[in-house]
Ligand binder design. Structure first.
Ligand code: BGC
Length: 754
C-alpha cells in the first residue's frame, strides 16, 4: 500500500482578504448602514449601464434620477471624466445619504493606450510586463474617472472555437495563475494612490468550459477536473487579494453560477476566504429564468442568498428584494451582507474620503496615451508575437528593395487593437501599412494591395466586423491587383487572418482555418514563387496546416494593441527578436479540439509523432493526434541549445526541495530571450494524472554565444493535486521532471518522491 500524504483543502486556502479585519472600516460601514433604509440598502446592490451622460444633464437623465433616489450602487461603461464627475455629484449631493458610486469599465487590455489582447500577453510569459501593462491601464482609466475594471479574465479554455479565449491567458492553470496574480497586483497595487483601481476576477467559474466552444453554452465537468485544471487561476487571484469577483453566465453542476451557493459562498468565501464583492455578469440574474430556475423574484432571491452582492443590469434586486424580504424569501442579513460588501469596496477605494478621487480632470493630459505608456505597449507587443516557422531565415527582412504588403488586415486602423477595448481611440492608431512605411523610412518600397475581402460572404464579414469596417470590393479585381503587386515585389508580406471581432464575446467559430477567400489568395501568392511571410492576425489558435507546409515564414501577431503596427515592424525587420511562445495548442485540424498539452493519458495511447492510423488505439482515421504547434512553442531569430537535465538530489523528502538545472546556450548569432519551461509527470498516482504539467518557467536573456544555468526548485507543494475525494496531496514514487523550450522537446530526469 502506498503511503498517501494529504493535506485538507482548507490548508492551502488564502489569507483572508485585507478588507475582513479592518476595524475602522467596519465601524464606518456599521454607522452608515444604521442610517440606511431597506430600499437604500438594496439600491447599493444595483449596477447599471450609465449610457451617454452630457455634463449639466446628469441629474435629469434616467440614471441620474435613479442615483438621486438612492437606487444605484454603481455604473459602468461610461467614458469621460466630466460625465462621471457629474454622476458622482448627483450621488453625493442629491441622494439622501450621499454615498458615492462605483464606476466600472471593461478595461481589459488597456484604456486608450491598448496593450495586446490577453491571450497574446500570455504568450510573452513576461509577468513583469503583464503587471506593468495592468498598472498603466489602471493609471489611464483612473485618470478618466474609472475606479473599477472588469479584469482579469482568467477562464481556462482548451477549445479554440470559443472566441473568448482572446481575453484569457490560454490553456494552462499554472501559467494562468501567475498571470492572474500579476494583473491583480498591477491594477490594485495597495490602493494607496488614485491610480490604483479595483480589479474584478472573472468569470467565476468555469466559463471557458462551454460545450462545443459555443459562447454562453452549458458547462459540465467533474470536480477533479475543476479543482486541478480550471479553478487554480481564480484561486491565485483571490490569494493575490483581488477585491471583487464576477460570476459567470454558465451553469456549474446544473446551477447557474450567479445563483450557485456552493460556488459563491462555500467555495469562494468559506473555503478560499474571499472577503470582497461579488457582482453578477451582465443580466445573468435574469438569465437564470431562461436557464429554468423560476421567475424574477425567485431567481433574484436565489442569487442574493447564493452570494451575489451586485446585480449587473437585470434590476431584479431593486424590483423584487423588498417584497421578498416581506415574504421571508430573503432575510435582512442577506441584504445587509451584500450591502456591506458594496460599501466596503467603496471604502477601500477611498471614495468616502474623496468621492472625486478619480475625477481629476487635469490627469488626462499627463497620464493617458503618453509616449511612455505607448512605448511600454509597443515593447510588450513585440514580446507576444510567436514565430512559428522561418525557413532559411527569411525573417528578419532587410529594409531594402520592394516589399508587397497584401491582405485585409494590412490597412485597417480599427482592427489593430483587438476585441474588448471600450475606451480605445482607433483614429490615433497606425495601420500596419503606416507602421511598415515608417520603419523602412524610404529605404525600401512598400507596395500595397488589399487583395481580398475579409470573407467571401458579405453578411459574414459584416457580422465579423461588428462596426470595425474593412473595405469590401470585387474579389476578382482585388486579386488581380494583388498578383500584379506581388509579381513586382522581392518579398510578399501577407497580413491575413481574423478581424478583431472574430474573437471575443459571442464570436465562436466552427472552423479555425484562415477565412475562405484569404486562403485562396494566399495559395495564389505562394504560387508566384516569391518568398512569402504570413503575419497571422488572430484572437485564438488558427489551424494552419497547409500554410505550415507551403509558406516559408509564419508569425502569429494576434492583436497587438494600439502600437501593434510599429511593434510588428520592429520584429519583421529585426530591430527586435521574437520570443513569444504559444499558450494554447495550435491544432492541425479543427476536429481535434478540445486539444491541450496537459491531457490525461488514455489506456490506448498512440505515441507522439505517430505517422499512421492505429486500429484499436485512441486516434482518428483522418488526422493524427499531434497538434500542428504545441503549447510552449515559438522560434527566435537565434537558436538555443539545452544541456541534459540534472537534479541536485535523486529523492525529494517531505518538507524538502530538489533543484533541477539545465544549461541553456544561445547558439545563434543574435541576442535573444528564451522561455525555459519545466514540466512534471506523476508516474504512479492515486488517480490518472496529466501526461505533462507546467510547473515552472523562466524568461531569460542570452547574448549570442552566452550560456546560463536555469534552475527550478521542486517542492512537495508543487507536486500536489486533488484526488477524487478532493483530498489535496502528493504520492510517493517516481515523478518525471522535464525541462525544455516547449512542451514537446524536453530533457527528462526521474525524481523519487518520499
Ligand atoms: C461580459 C463581461 C463584461 C460585462 C460588462 C458581459 O457581457 O461577459 O465580461 O465584463 O459584459 O460589460
Amino acid at each position: 500500500m502506498k503511503r498517501i500524504i494529504v493535506s485538507v483543502l482548507a490548508v492551502l486556502m488564502s489569507v483572508p482578504a485585507m478588507m475582513a479585519d479592518n476595524h475602522e472600516m467596519k465601524a464606518f460601514v456599521d454607522k452608515l448602514m444604521s442610517k440606511m433604509t431597506v430600499k437604500e440598502k438594496i439600491g447599493q446592490l444595483n449596477l447599471v449601464v450609465a449610457g451617454d451622460i452630457t455634463t449639466g444633464k446628469a441629474a435629469d437623465s434616467e440614471v441620474g434620477g435613479e442615483i438621486a433616489a438612492g437606487s444605484v450602487g454603481g455604473v459602468f461603461n461610461i467614458k469621460g471624466v466630466d460625465g462621471i464627475r457629474a454622476l458622482q455629484e448627483v450621488a453625493v449631493k442629491k441622494s439622501r445619504l450621499g454615498i458615492p458610486l462605483l464606476v466600472g469599465m471593461d478595461v481589459i487590455h488597456g484604456y486608450e493606450t491598448i496593450f495586446p489582447i490577453p491571450l497574446a500577453q500570455s504568450c510573452s510569459w513576461d509577468m513583469e510586463a503583464i503587471e506593468k501593462g495592468a498598472r498603466i491601464a489602471a493609471k489611464e482609466a483612473s485618470a478618466d474617472g474609472i475606479n473599477w475594471t472588469f479584469s482579469p479574465m482568467v477562464d481556462i479554455c482548451v477549445d479554440a472555437r470559443w472566441g473568448r479565449v482572446a481575453e484569457g491567458g490560454g490553456e494552462d492553470p499554472f501559467l494562468g495563475s501567475r498571470i492572474a496574480e500579476a494583473m491583480v497586483r498591477g491594477y490594485q497595487g495597495d490602493y494607496s494612490q488614485n491610480s490604483n483601481i479595483m480589479a474584478c476576477l472573472k468569470h467565476f467559474a468555469l466559463y471557458g468550459g462551454a460545450e462545443a466552444g459555443r459562447d454562453y453554452n452549458t458547462v459540465d465537468m467533474s470536480r477533479v477536473r475543476m479543482f486541478n485544471q480550471y479553478l487554480p487561476p481564480y484561486k491565485a487571484a483571490v490569494d493575490a487579494g483581488v477585491s471583487s469577483v464576477m460570476s459567470s453566465f454558465n451553469i456549474v453542476d446544473g446551477v447557474p453560477a450567479t445563483g450557485n451557493r456552493w460556488l459563491l459562498t462555500e467555495l469562494l468565501r468559506d473555503t478560499w476566504h474571499f472577503g470582497g464583492l461579488v457582482a453578477s455578469d451582465y443580466g445573468s440574474i435574469g438569465e437564470m429564468m431562461t436557464h429554468g430556475l423560476g421567475d424574477l423574484p425567485s431567481v433574484s432571491a436565489q442569487a442574493l442568498k447564493a452570494g451575489t452582492d451586485m446585480d449587473m443590469c437585470t434590476r431584479g434586486f431593486v424590483q423584487t428584494l423588498e417584497k421578498s424580504l416581506e415574504e421571508g424569501r430573503v432575510s435582512m442579513s442577506d441584504i445587509d451582507n451584500a450591502c456591506r460588501r458594496v460599501l466596503e469596496a467603496k471604502y477601500i477605494l477611498g471614495l468616502f474620503d474623496d468621492p472625486y478621487k478619480f475625477c481629476d480632470g487635469k490627469r488626462r493630459k499627463k497620464d493617458i496615451f503618453t509616449e511612455e505608456n505607448r512605448r511600454a505597449a509597443r515593447d510588450m507587443a513585440a514580446e507576444t508575437f510567436v514565430l512559428l516557422k522561418n525557413d532559411n531565415n527569411l525573417l528578419p527582412l532587410e529594409k531594402k528593395g520592394k516589399i508587397a504588403l497584401i491582405g485585409p488586415l494590412a490597412d485597417t486602423r480599427a482592427n489593430m487593437a483587438g476585441t474588448w477595448c471600450v475606451a480605445y481611440t482607433p483614429d490615433r492608431y497606425s495601420t500596419l501599412k503606416e507602421g511598415l512605411e515608417r520603419a523602412v523610412a524610404g529605404k525600401a518600397e512598400i507596395l500595397y494591395a488589399q487583395g481580398c475581402n475579409l470573407t467571401a460572404d458579405a453578411q459574414m464579414q459584416k457580422d465579423a466586423e461588428f462596426g470595425r469596417t474593412i473595405k469590401r470590393g470585387d474579389d476578382n479585381a482585388m486579386r488581380a491587383e494583388a498578383l500584379r503587386v506581388a509579381r513586382d515585389a522581392d518579398v510578399i508580406v501577407c497580413a491575413m487572418g481574423e478581424s478583431s471581432e472574430m474573437s471575443g464575446e459571442s464570436s465562436s467559430r466552427s472552423d479555425l482555418t484562415l477565412p475562405d477567400i484569404q486562403m485562396s489568395l494566399l495559395k495564389e501568392l505562394v504560387a508566384t514563387g516569391k518568398p512569402v511571410v504570413l503575419l497571422n492576425f488572430s484572437g485564438r489558435p488558427t489551424v494552419m496546416t497547409w500554410e505550415s507546409r507551403h509558406v516559408p515564414a509564419i508569425m502569429n501577431v494576434w492583436f497587438g494593441g494600439s502600437e501593434a503596427a510599429d511593434a510588428i515592424a520592429d520584429v519583421l525587420f529585426g530591430d527586435k527578436v521574437p520570443s513569444g511562445k504559444l499558450t494554447m495548442t495550435m491544432p492541425a485540424a479543427t476536429g481535434q479540439v478540445p486539444i491541450y498539452y496537459n491531457h490525461l493519458p488514455t489506456g490506448r495511447p498512440v505515441p507522439d509523432g505517430a505517422k499512421d492510423y492505429r486500429k484499436y488505439q485512441s486516434n482518428y482515421l483522418d488526422v493524427r493526434n499531434d497538434p500542428l504547434y504545441p503549447f510552449g512553442y515559438g522560434l527566435s531569430y537565434t537558436t538555443f541549445a539545452y544541456s541534459d537535465l540534472t537534479l541536485s538530489k535523486g529523492t525529494l523528502a517531505s518538507g524538502g526541495s530538489v533543484r533541477a538545472t539545465v544549461t541553456v546556450t544561445n547558439t545563434g548569432s543574435r541576442d535573444g530571450y528564451e522561455v525555459v519551461q519545466m514540466y512534471i509527470h506523476d508516474r504512479a498516482a492515486r488517480i490518472s494524472r496529466p501526461v505533462k504539467e507546467l510547473k515552472g518557467f523562466s524568461r531569460i536573456h542570452l547574448s549570442a554565444g552566452e550560456s546560463k544555468d536555469v534552475s527550478f526548485d521542486i517542492t512537495p507543494e508543487l507536486l500536489k493535486y486533488y484526488d477524487s475525494s478532493l483530498r489535496y496531496g502528493i504520492d510517493p514514487g517516481e515523478v518525471e521532471i522535464m525541462v525544455g523550450p516547449d512542451s514537446r522537446n524536453l530533457k527528462k530526469a526521474v525524481l523519487n518522491v518520499e
